[in-house]
Design a protein around this ligand. Sequence first.
Ligand code: THU
Length: 142
Amino acid sequence: MTTKEQWAQLQVAAEEIMTKAYAPYSRFKVGVAGLMDDDRIVVGCNVENAAYGVGLCAECGMISSIHATGGGKLVAITCVDQHGSSLMPCGRCRQLLWENGKPTTQITTPEGIKTLSEILPQAFGPEDLAARAEDQLQMDQS
Ligand code: THU
């Protein structure tokens, strides 16, 4: 259960990292903060590039930071725009969050707090690969 105080900490951390975003092309700064299952907070901001298509979403930075600082699973997430308002992660980033969280991981949305399974229903995940590992093996042998 994420406390009110923890949500407030996530909001502050997301707003703070949003100011570090490098978004000269879209001028759309994003900050994201995640509470991990060991209680540490990880953050990320978007980093754009002159080759527009290779820009990194804020969530990408946060996911990298999760692994760089010890791994674990996300428990709660807050993603904000340049005004500090709640911003929904793009589709690709929902997939990244899914693999680094749990179906019950909570996330702030413009419609209130939701779970990852609510914002990415019927998600594809590692278990889908595992469930089909046998098929793969058979294909390799044929
Ligand atoms: N952006 C993110 O950082 N995260 C999202 O989930 C949505 C979009 C960034 C990418 C780009 O730098 C800018 O917002 C405008 O799309």
